[in-house]
Ligand binder design. Sequence first.
Ligand SMILES: Nc1ncnc2c1ncn2[C@@H]1O[C@H](COP(=O)(O)OP(=O)(O)OP(=O)(O)O)[C@@H](O)[C@H]1O
Ligand SMILES: [Mg+2]
Length: 374
Amino acid sequence: MNSKNERPTVLIVDDTPDNLAFMGQLLKDEYQVRVATNGAKALQIARDGRPLDVILLDIMMPELDGYEVCRLLKDDPATRQIPVIFLTAKSDPESERRGLELGAADYITKPISPPIVLARIKTQLNLKAAADFMRNKNELLEREVAQRTGELQKSNQQLRLLAARVETVAEQERIDIARELHDELGQLLTALKLDLAWLKRRCPEGDTPVAGKIEAMDQVINATIGTVRRLITGLRPRMLDELGVVAAVEAEVQEMRNRHLECILDVPRRDTAIDKERQVSLFRIFQESMTNVMRHSGATRVEILLDLDDERALLQVSDNGCGIGSAPPNNRSLGLVGMQERAHRWGGSFEIHGTPGAGTTVRAVIPLHDPSAA
Ligand SMILES: Nc1ncnc2c1ncn2[C@@H]1O[C@H](COP(=O)(O)OP(=O)(O)OP(=O)(O)O)[C@@H](O)[C@H]1O
Ligand SMILES: [Mg+2]
């Protein structure tokens, strides 16, 4: 549309100079008028880049007739939006139908009634103004949405990098604490045990109370050693570093069986090479799933599938418990979010489904190669 202080522009297309003069006279007070005496000229004006608000188009013209001009205007994205009003002596319904089918906005037959033509032009201008307004708003909105989406994607990416960094730092912390526990506390407990053995050897024969005390202390030390070992394994299983994720999962499964949970573990292939960081992610997802099974499901049986091929690692943990969703969601829970993040970090996927009363299945897939390295 023209800028606000300019009058709208109307292009009149007619091969009869008298008609052009008559229409020009009728419109000149309210509109800027441009004229074309044939179809080719009309197309040239419509495409010259200056704004046009409505086209009044005669049908019967030599060479390019009005129908063809209308078709070409509607085919061209640059001119498609300009409303075309046929202004013609062809008054039969078939001609009108054809004109409207070609995309014309209106069809007026000659001889014309000036006030009616003026009113119908105004209607088309109002419609076009409304359509232009909507289109502009739409474009603005689309630009805004694209910009916001870009910003969101960027901050998502930053969050993901941050989460990966936090995870790496936390994992290193666990390794350090596990080592300290092993080296410091382990040595102290061993020293205590040696001292106690020394005392035991020197305990006078027949001094039952002292011997009983020594025996009780030995049991406390053994229990403490067991607790420290469990803590170390919980923080960072040595199995994971020394023998890899499959062995670490097997050890954990054994631990669960000892706690009377029936565990079926299926590892169809064991020779896949997986880098350490992905192994840690897989193991942590497994660990968190098992913790959830123990804490929330009330399951008596768990099936674990660790399926490794050259492209991806698939971990599936299915329990026969109450089924996720049977308890109201806890917004502070982070276990599921953490598992999802660990899978997404590698461009993988994470799903959890439950059926009330029939169990829950967690499924995580981690691609084993970076997409950029393909
Ligand atoms: N195997 C499961 N069976 C039944 N419900 C489950 C299971 N796993 C998860 N849930 C439900 O999903 C919720 C969210 O799990 P999530 O691991 O995110 O949090 P959480 O275990 O409650 O706390 P945390 O943040 O310490 O892990 C749980 O509170 C529980 O209601
Ligand atoms: Mg949890």
